[in-house]
Design a binder for this molecule. Structure first.
Ligand SMILES: [Zn+2]
Length: 147
């Protein structure tokens, strides 16, 4: 059995503050994030695709544009959340401390299943590149692929 993936990446410009970090990431700052969505299957459709790349764009990438691009991600449990929220309408209060790891996990386990509900598309991995050197990956365990 093989696993075939259709992968699309999307760039967003987003700020965050990592609560509890003892280095410079505790401060308000931003990144040019590159988010990679892996859609995988054990078989292709009638024309030889896992999924049309355009569908990844119109669902997952569009959600990033609508919700995270040019916004500031602040954890709901951050003690400064309410104060920061007052500063700008694009502050996004999120249910996780906005590390690259947590962004990847949230997109994979919460957002992708919701956006793709009712379709046959399975997002199996999300990569969040925070810088050219640093990225986080979150991947589903896939017993059907022997992983
Ligand atoms: Zn950062």
């Amino acid at each position: 059995m093989v696993k075939i993936s259709a992968i699309r990446k999307h760039e967003i410009h987003t700020g965050h503050r990592v609560y509890g970090h003892d280095g410079k990431c505790q401060h308000l700052h931003g990144h040019s994030y590159i988010i990679h969505f892996y859609c995988s299957s054990t078989e292709l459709d009638a024309i030889g695709m896992v999924v049309d790349f355009g569908i990844i764009k119109s669902t997952l990438c569009q959600w990033l544009d609508d919700n995270y691009d040019h916004s500031m991600l602040i954890w709901e449990k951050d003690p400064l959340a309410n104060e920061i929220k007052k500063l700008d309408s694009k502050v996004q209060i999120v249910p996780y401390n906005p590390t690259a790891e947590n962004i990847a996990q949230y997109l994979l386990t919460q957002i992708a299943p919701k956006l793709l509900e009712g379709s046959k598309i399975l997002v199996t991995k999300v990569i969040v590149e925070e810088t050219l050197k640093c990225r986080a990956e979150c991947e589903l365990f896939q017993p059907e692929f022997g992983i």
